[in-house]
Design a protein around this ligand. Structure first.
Ligand code: SAH
Length: 213
């Protein structure tokens, strides 16, 4: 489990690729430049860690494509100290990027295997989320709300109401919405009942699944 100069060099190239693809936020690019993505991948895929692609992790899930992570993180507009909820911990990679930005991160995962793996792995490489939760992200985390930002990293067939209601005023929900293909959608809470909605391009995610536990 090493982060070598070779890895750092490859990571810098990935950052350059993301910049060319249109990611502008320097803080987001720097954060991606610091997270050792290869350590989040299964050993068979380590050589591909700094290619801008999604890859399989355990339990039939994927670690999101770096461009997608960067795009969503940019939309979230994280400031240091913000309380952020992530739905879909997966490998923990996106969580690490949020921690690099100084966020207080809560992250929910519904697959027990992935929850356990991330809970062990993240602290091992120095990433301390406020809390990793084994549960159903459709419900959000009412006991910790309101959040300055909520990021959903699986394709949502619809926008779960609890996530909107758990945003602080001025808070942002970044969520890919759709069945087979998802439209990246940003909601900004303007008031108690007032939300602004912005739509971005199409992305493909593994599905946000209804609770099976
Ligand atoms: N953010 C992850 C990407 C994980 S892929 C990373 O950086 O690696 C999406 C994840 O969402 C999967 O791990 C999947 O198990 C999880 N998921 C799907 N439906 C969910 C739900 N209802 N609640 C919480 N997590 C869910």
């Amino acid at each position: 489990m090493k982060d070598t100069f070779k890895h750092k060099g490859m990571r810098q190239q990935l950052v350059n690729t993301l910049r060319k693809k249109g990611i502008k936020d320097v803080k987001v690019l720097d954060a991606i430049g610091r997270v050792p993505r290869h350590l989040f991948m299964d050993s068979g895929f380590i050589d591909h860690a700094y290619v801008d692609k999604a890859f399989p992790i355990a339990a039939d899930q994927t670690i999101s494509q770096p461009y997608t992570v960067a795009f969503q993180t940019e939309l979230l507009n994280v400031k240091a100290g913000d309380k952020i909820l992530e739905v879909g911990t997966g490998s923990g990679y996106q969580c690490a990027v949020l921690l690099e930005l100084g966020a207080k991160v809560y992250s929910i995962e519904r697959q027990q295997e992935l929850f356990k793996k991330a809970s062990k792995f993240l602290p091992k490489i120095g990433y301390r989320a406020k809390k990793l939760i084994f549960g159903d992200g459709y419900k959000g985390l009412p006991e910790v709300a309101p959040f300055q930002g909520i990021i959903v990293t699986a394709g949502a067939p619809f926008v779960p109401k609890p996530l909107l209601s758990q945003l602080a005023i001025g808070g942002r929900l970044v969520i890919p919405v759709g069945d087979n293909v998802q439209v990246m959608t940003l909601f900004i809470r303007k008031g108690e009942k007032e939300f602004e909605k912005h739509e971005f391009g199409e992305f493909r995610f593994v599905p946000l699944l209804e609770d099976k536990n």
